[in-house]
Design a protein around this ligand. Structure first.
Ligand SMILES: Cc1cc2nc3c(=O)[nH]c(=O)nc-3n(C[C@H](O)[C@H](O)[C@H](O)COP(=O)(O)O)c2cc1C
Length: 640
């Protein structure tokens, strides 16, 4: 634990913290004996990092190997997880992956020098050099990242996120300390932010400095800064990367915001599904308090700043800033009517500022290096770099930090293109309130808001999902409509009822009962939803609207033609036994949740009336059953 220095100016107190941290970090970077760091973050853990770490620990113990075991955060190459970094005594760090538990012995052998570093698992050197191993930065996945290196996430992979000394030892908290040393007044900090044109990363790109001005000039002295870490969009995990990979960066960003806006309290509202982020943030807050960087008299000044980590309430709409504020107050996560905006009446009805994790996390960079350096990257309309997470049917799933404005086609290339045998069909961005665009629009899209909004789409909070041609966009739209319906807070009948009607129509379409008038009724619902109180209701018909516009033919084939070419929509497909002698057919019969596979040996068949089209049978016995288009049934038309 780093402890506070009791005397001196803010910078002197900071230097007293930094000097031993620098020594500790240098020793970590050039260890006396090799160290194996297993990347421990949520997606690594989901891919077996815990088992890998345990196997490496066991192997070290068994063989009495003279190596150490540590941890870091993944570098972004999530398709290669679990990732392991070996740091050698000369400071060279080589990343290996995917390292499954059964490869522990091979990794320990490399670390002890028993086998050369150039294993087939070697991906690249993240620091220093090793003969025969390329630099990690030369990997095509990072082709779009700044040539001068990462700016926001430069510590990832090169620090232990749970070690505050690593943050301090790499220059962390210097921006805040210098600012507190009266290098900049609160107004100057806000002006620097305005000059950098740092835009809100929650999706809207509203200038952060302008928002901070609203709070700074609000009446009273009880102001709060709130960090929106509710990150609920499927396919977006960029906020999680910052919180798990560099938690003190976010804390420093909030400290700067608190100084600039005259706030004495702050909250980080983290979605409950991010337990590791919550644990790391809570520990980091405690450490920062002990070091005198949070709490009463920050770095010996008169500034008091108490920061609390709040576990989210689990609803998507708690990500809406006023719903989030209600939730912090232990109220129901229901968006308030605006105005008043949070700067006028926020948490506990006191002036507050809400920004996204990445927005705050950029503040130390702007304050440390100035606005001019910040705007070296990006476009006129959107300055700087931003984190994106890319997933779906692509070869390389992961996250990267890229300048705003790079072409989407380049992103797909960096991600290695689509999975073998798949063509890009659609791009899903902005989460459930976002958009669905067809592959033919790729040449018109670059990574900033305007090209997306020109197509009535949203780039959103940093997650983009690439969908291959085996996906049914109508089925996908149903998943999103159901989600936005369930997540409607229920405040407005327009949103609550409107979304129920929207889901009903799409669900009926995929059940094989689309109607001629549906398109007209969906447009009416869309218009009505615009009268909802908050953006949740107003944006909830966006994906359906995009689907009707850009995938109109596919929609008509479902609605009028009663056909789902992707064979996904429940009412338009059926399952049929094709191979009675496949032994797995019995397993399929046993696993069927509705006992829809009837009959005995040699005469098994699927009872269409019982089948719920869950696909469990074709998953266990792919050579015994097929899913196929349901033969069209004549439509019954009522004649009055
Ligand atoms: C339903 C809904 C969910 C939202 N979820 C998030 C979220 O998870 N994270 C976020 O930063 N903003 C989210 N927003 C936007 C916030 O209301 C707010 O605009 C944002 O936190 C402001 O931060 P920024 O200026 O830094 O972008 C959501 C909005 C709506 C309507």
């Amino acid at each position: 634990m780093v402890s506070a220095n009791p005397t001196g100016t803010p910078l002197e107190r900071y230097e007293a913290l930094k000097a031993p941290a620098e020594v500790a970090y240098a020793a970590w970077r050039t260890p006396e004996r090799a160290r194996i760091d297993v990347a421990i973050d949520t997606s690594s853990l989901a891919n077996g990092a815990k088992a890998t770490r345990a196997a490496i620990a066991a192997r070290i113990q068994e063989t009495n190997a003279t190596v150490d075991l540590g941890q870091n955060h993944g570098y972004g190459m999530q398709w290669l997880q679990p990732l392991v970094t070996i740091t050698f005594p000369d400071g060279a760090s080589v990343v290996y992956g995917p390292v499954k538990a059964d490869q522990a012995a091979a990794i320990v052998d490399i670390a002890t020098g028993r086998t050369p570093a150039t294993s087939t698992l070697a991906i690249g050197a993240v620091a220093g050099k090793r003969e025969g191993i390329p630099s990690l930065r030369d990997h095509p996945f990072f082709a779009l990242e700044p040539k001068t290196g990462r700016r926001l996430i430069h510590r990832l992979g090169l620090t232990d996120p749970e070690n505050m000394q690593h943050y301090l030892g790499t220059g962390g908290y210097h921006a805040a300390a210098r600012m507190l040393d009266r290098h900049q007044s609160p107004a100057q900090v806000r002006q620097e932010l305005i000059d950098s044109a740092l835009g809100g990363r929650g999706g809207g790109n509203f200038p952060a400095g302008t928002k901070w001005n609203f709070l700074a000039t609000a009446p009273g002295d009880e102001h709060y800064v709130i960090c929106n870490a509710d990150e609920g969009d499927p396919g977006a995990w960029v906020n999680r990367v910052i919180m798990e990979g560099d938690p003190h960066l976010l804390i420093e960003g909030l400290l700067i915001a608190a100084y600039a806006t005259g706030s004495r309290g702050g909250f980080i509202y983290v979605r409950d599904e991010y337990p590791l982020a919550i644990a790391r943030l809570e520990a980091a807050v405690r450490e920062a308090e002990a070091a005198g960087l949070l709490g009463n008299g920050v770095l010996g000044t008169s500034m008091n700043f108490e920061l609390r980590v709040i576990r989210g309430a689990g609803a998507y709409v708690c990500g809406e800033e006023t719903g989030l504020i209600n939730s912090i107050q232990d109220g129901r996560g229901m968006p308030r009517v605006k105005p008043p905006f949070p700067a006028g009446s926020g948490v506990f009805f006191k002036p507050s500022n809400v920004n996204n994790v990445e927005t705050y996390a950029n503040a130390p960079m702007v304050v440390e290096h100035g606005a001019q350096r910040y705007i070296e990257y990006g476009t006129e309309r959107m300055r700087g770099t931003r984190l994106f997470s890319f997933s779906g049917d692509i070869q390389r799933v992961g996250f990267m930090e890229i300048p705003f404005g790079v072409p989407l086609a380049g992103v797909i290339e960096a991600c290695g293109g689509m999975l073998p045998g798949q063509q890009l069909k659609a791009i899903q961005s902005g989460g459930p309130l976002g958009s669905m665009l067809p592959a033919r629009e790729v040449p018109n899209l670059s990574m900033e808001n305007v090209p997306f909004s020109a197509l009535d789409a949203l780039m959103g909070g940093g997650g983009i999902v690439f969908l291959g041609d085996q996906v049914c966009t109508i089925h996908m739209a149903e998943m999103f409509t159901q989600f936005v319906e369930e997540e409607s807070c229920g405040r407005c009948t327009t949103c609550h009822g409107g979304n129920q009607r929207q889901t009903e129509i799409i669900r009926r379409t995929i059940a094989g009962d689309g109607r001629h008038e549906d398109r007209h009724n969906l447009a009416l619902i869309d218009r009505t939803l615009q009268f909802s109180n908050c953006v949740h209701g107003q944006f909830s018909p966006k994906i359906v609207r995009n689907t009707l516009r850009f995938f109109s033919e596919e929609y008509e084939r479902h609605s009028a033609g009663r056909t789902c070419d992707a064979l996904e929509c429940e009412g338009l497909i059926r399952f049929r036994v094709t191979n009675q002698s496949d032994p797995r057919l019995v397993e399929a019969q046993e696993i069927c949740p509705t006992a829809a596979i009837i009959g005995g040996p040699g005469a098994r068949r699927v009872d269409d009336a019982l089948c719920i089209r869950c696909g469990a049978c074709t998953d266990v016995a792919p050579n015994a059953l097929v899913r196929e288009a349901k033969p069209a049934t004549p439509r019954v038309v009522a004649i009055s």
